[in-house]
Design a protein around this ligand. Structure first.
Ligand SMILES: Nc1ncnc2c1ncn2[C@@H]1O[C@H](COP(=O)(O)OP(=O)(O)O)[C@@H](O)[C@H]1O
Ligand SMILES: [Mg+2]
Length: 360
């Protein structure tokens, strides 16, 4: 899928701006604070109906204005589509071809955007929560069911934790919630596990292309119970064992909300083994891999790299650009760009303009 055109009205630093983009590479150049991430955030908003920087939509409305609009024309499967998002302090409205949509999850089949930002390069140095979030967000976009299940799981977990915080814990109630929690965790574990298996089919290839040499990496899922054999029974046993600990610590110490995955290279965890450069490339490869899991060209996600280039050495930058050139549509923001072959845009005084001598 391709974003042909975007129109921003009172969105963050933009008063009004309408710009058409190209298939393949779109390089957005601008000084720090010029509005590069604001643009990228608007592009991403179209795919998820929420920002990746804030959960408070009111912050997306230009200061002292009443509403913000993001409008886009998108080509993908079938006819061109128009998406319009209207943000007000009271809430948002999302229109697809001028009609309200029922669920935000409908958006990702119209526009799917994968954003890579500088802090993503730290994914393997960070806490497990960061990697879990990556999995949960990716899987929620891929399968609306996942989102339903994780929401249910979180609700039960919250209830169980509240119960554990009571001065005297109602054991019968606890047993019921434990069983619900265990049941709710299975579809999520299976989805996590099978997704990581799929990613592993493409990850080494992607990483190898960016690194410029063969580099075998493997994502290993660390489930709270081994997914071999009769794992529902094993899971219940583990919860029984953890029961007194849960009561003592007044929280659920076991479960998919504590899980992690690691990257291994020749059986060593990358965080402790890989160089910083390798960690960055693997994180980048991991984020780009879903692109290759989607077969149909019209459904391929839009790739966004926000200010990531400067985090990489010259050789890696060069190979990465060659790699990105082959993808359907890419947005790359940067303060400096080493290559003048791609379509380039400048952001100055909150206006985005296409450089006349590039592209088209
Ligand atoms: N709601 C808003 N109204 C007006 N300006 C905003 C709003 N939100 C952010 N900004 C401005 O946007 C600028 C940051 O833009 P950003 O896209 O992060 O820059 P960069 O090009 O470095 O990525 C800051 O100057 C900030 O004040
Ligand atoms: Mg930025």
């Amino acid at each position: 899928m391709i974003i042909d055109e975007i129109e921003l009205t009172n969105y963050r630093s933009y008063t009004y701006c309408r710009i058409s983009f190209d298939r393949k590479m779109n390089v957005i150049l601008g000084e720090n604070g010029s509005g590069k991430t604001n643009l990228v955030e608007a592009i991403h908003y179209l795919s998820l109906g929420r920002s990746f920087r804030t959960s408070d939509d009111a912050r997306l409305i230009k200061n002292n204005e009443k509403e913000a609009r993001i409008k886009a024309t998108v080509s993908g499967v079938g006819l061109k589509k128009t998406l319009e998002i209207i943000l007000t302090p009271q809430g948002k409205r999302v229109l697809l071809n001028f009609k309200p949509i029922h669920r935000l999850s409908e958006l990702s089949s119209v526009v799917n955007v994968l954003v890579f930002e500088p802090r993503d390069v730290l994914m393997f140095d960070d806490a497990p929560r960061v990697r879990r979030q990556f999995l949960d967000i990716t899987l929620s976009k891929l399968h609306p069911h996942y989102l339903t299940h994780i929401t249910l799981y979180e609700k039960i977990l919250k209830e169980r934790n509240e119960l554990l915080k009571q001065p005297t814990v109602d054991r019968q109630h606890l047993a019921i919630l434990t069983e619900q929690l265990v049941e709710a965790s299975f579809p999520l574990m299976e989805a996590r596990s099978s997704y990581l298996t799929q990613i592993n089919r493409v990850l080494s290839k992607v990483v190898g292309l960016i690194k410029g040499e063969k580099f075998n990496v493997d994502l290993q899922y660390v489930p709270y119970v081994s997914l071999q054999g009769d794992y529902p029974r094993q899971a219940r046993l583990l919860y029984e064992k953890a029961l007194e600990q849960d009561v003592k610590r007044k929280t659920t110490t076991l479960g998919i909300h504590r899980e992690d995955f690691v990257v291994v290279y020749d059986d060593q965890a990358i965080a402790s083994f890989g160089s910083q450069g390798e960690n960055r490339i693997v994180a980048l490869g991991l984020k780009l891999s879903p692109y290759f899991l989607i077969e149909e060209k019209e459904k391929k996600p839009i790739i966004v790299l926000d200010d990531v280039l400067s985090e990489l050495d010259d050789q890696t930058q060069h190979r990465l650009l060659l790699f990105l050139e082959k993808l359907e549509q890419v947005f790359l923001t940067t303060t400096h760009y080493p290559n003048n072959q791609h379509t380039q845009f400048d952001i100055q005084n909150h206006i985005i303009t296409r450089r006349p001598h590039h592209g088209r």
